[in-house]
Design a protein around this ligand. Structure first.
Ligand SMILES: [Fe+2]
Ligand SMILES: [Fe+2]
Length: 172
């Protein structure tokens, strides 16, 4: 977005000089936005479908995560706007999380745990890339994504612990 010469910024990610970097960043943030939306979608389904006494802990964890992932989506959307981008409409959405589809048997909690770990791993990898790209270019996005990355690492660690428990009991 070109700005009036009298008011245009000379430094930083909002300057005309960094228009190309901004475009690349908006693309990465848009991908992150969709990842969060799809994760929320998958976690909603997987917090309802599981059956059995063992499922309760997983359901409760996912319910908490849904709120966090929606908060992340909103943060990504707001940053897209601040960088002069537009938050996309639903018709641009493309699903990718094949691994978080409902299992054949709804007592198959291990399938859900593995799916969550895969989703969180994907987010962690993508957010680390954003942190690299923004280094020395956009400290505000870098800070925001670093905080979100912290949440995702926490989510992943929690579900790794669940998987470990199932493995120790010979269930995974
Ligand atoms: Fe998230
Ligand atoms: Fe997460």
């Amino acid at each position: 977005m070109a700005t009036d010469t009298n008011t245009s910024l000379r430094h930083g990610i909002l300057s005309d000089e960094l228009a190309e970097e901004r475009t690349q960043l908006i693309e990465m943030l848009t991908k992150a936005y969709w990842m969060e939306i799809e994760t929320a979608m998958s976690y909603i389904a997987n917090s309802i479908n599981p059956e059995g006494v063992r499922a309760q802990e997983i359901i409760e964890s996912l319910e908490e995560d849904i709120q966090e992932e929606l908060g992340h989506a909103r943060q990504f959307g707001e940053r897209i706007k601040e960088l002069y981008g537009v938050v996309p409409g639903s018709l641009e959405f493309q699903a990718e999380q094949s691994y978080l589809q409902p299992p054949d048997d709804q007592i198959d909690i291990v399938h859900v745990i593995r799916g969550v770990i895969e989703a969180e791993t994907g987010a962690i990898e993508h957010y680390n890339r954003i942190i690299e790209v923004t280094d020395g270019v956009d400290p505000v996005t870098q800070d925001m994504v670093t905080a979100i990355l912290h949440d995702e690492e926490g989510h992943r660690r929690l579900f790794e612990g669940f998987l470990r428990e199932y493995k120790s009991e010979g269930l995974a």
